[in-house]
Design a protein around this ligand. Structure first.
Ligand code: CP
Length: 312
């Protein structure tokens, strides 16, 4: 099957075959990352614009790195110094960018649906780098790539997503991706962050982490958005950590060599014990490396790389 999509907006509408094409394309891209000279001429003269209206370390840097390795020119809109601060609307910002003829636009925005809106307006391909509480598809794809590297297929594997499910775009995207590939997903968190509507996602939900540890192949801790505590959604960080923190003792109780994952940034000692972050079972840094490879793969496919040669 060839690649036909112009944009990557959500995991919810990606077919399993499309997910696998992206991951299969990421494998040779990862090999390029270990070369001394990490530069291909593949997309020389093509332009990628990064629009990050929210903070980011991993996603923004990895998109820029990925585009540069593929030979594309990158432009990053410095939002704080842009005309957005003079009241320019997102639509007018987009029309201005369109006039500069970009080939790809990567956007992170606090509003759910921002990437979808852009994709309708732009001739360029659009990649959602996180839209509000909605989705973060490239994170789910790099998470899947990492899981597959260690577990082979995720089909039938028990995968716990733990923490602030309610506000997590990473959780949403991972649920759609993992469900599509046949994993057994369990969402774990306190009642205030695991509200009844989440049951409509069609996976198991529970407030009791300790009851789900046995047999877990993956534990993915989610960032606890500390502002939620101020909003009264958590009694205290100490209590949260006692009930939902990923500790060495809890990891041992899985009875398996469970993979420990986290999308970052990590609040050490809150959602995950500091020693676990750097333990042999942690793949948190591999997730970051795989983020570059997956984003290279996505850009390669959206820019029509199927007709080019990746490796030379
Ligand atoms: N995982 C993730 O999206 O991290 P950043 O916010 O640093 O991009």
């Amino acid at each position: 099957m060839g690649w036909t999509r112009k944009d990557i907006l959500h995991m919810e509408d990606l077919k399993p075959s499309e997910i696998q094409i992206i991951i299969n394309t990421a494998k040779p891209m990862k090999e390029i990352l270990s070369r001394t000279v990490k530069k291909l001429p593949t997309f020389r003269g093509r332009s990628v614009y990064n629009l990050f209206f929210e903070s980011s370390t991993r996603t923004r840097t990895s998109f820029e790195t990925a585009a540069k390795i593929l030979g594309a020119d990158t432009t990053s809109l410095a939002v704080a110094q842009s005309s957005v601060n003079k009241g320019e609307s997102l639509l007018d910002t987009v029309r201005t960018l369109q006039a500069m003829k970009p080939d790809l636009v990567v956007i992170r925005h606090s509003s759910s649906g921002a990437a979808h809106f852009l994709a309708k307006e732009l001739k360029a391909g659009v990649i959602n780098a996180g839209d509000g509480q909605h989705e973060h598809p490239t994170q789910a794809l790099l998470d899947l790539f990492t899981m597959q590297e260690h577990l082979g297929s995720v089909e039938g594997k028990k995968i716990l997503l733990v923490g602030d499910i309610l506000h997590s775009r990473v959780a949403r995207s991972n649920v759609w991706a993992l469900k599509a590939l046949g994993a057994e997903v369990v969402l774990v968190g306190p009642p205030t962050l695991l509200t009844p509507e989440i049951k409509s996602w069609g996976v198991k939900t529970t407030y009791h982490l300790d009851e789900e540890l046995a047999g877990a192949d993956v534990i993915m801790a989610l960032r606890l958005q500390l502002e939620r505590q101020k909003a009264g959604l958590l009694p205290s960080l100490r209590e949260y950590s006692q009930l939902y923190g990923i500790t060495a003792e809890r990891v041992q109780r899985t009875g398996k060599k469970t993979l420990i994952m986290h999308p970052g940034p990590v609040n050490r000692g809150v959602e995950i014990e500091s020693s676990i972050v750097n333990s042999s079972q942690s793949v948190i840094e591999e997730q970051v490396t795989n983020g570059v490879a997956v984003r290279m793969a996505i850009m390669y496919l959206l820019l029509g790389g199927g007709t080019n040669h990746v490796v030379d």
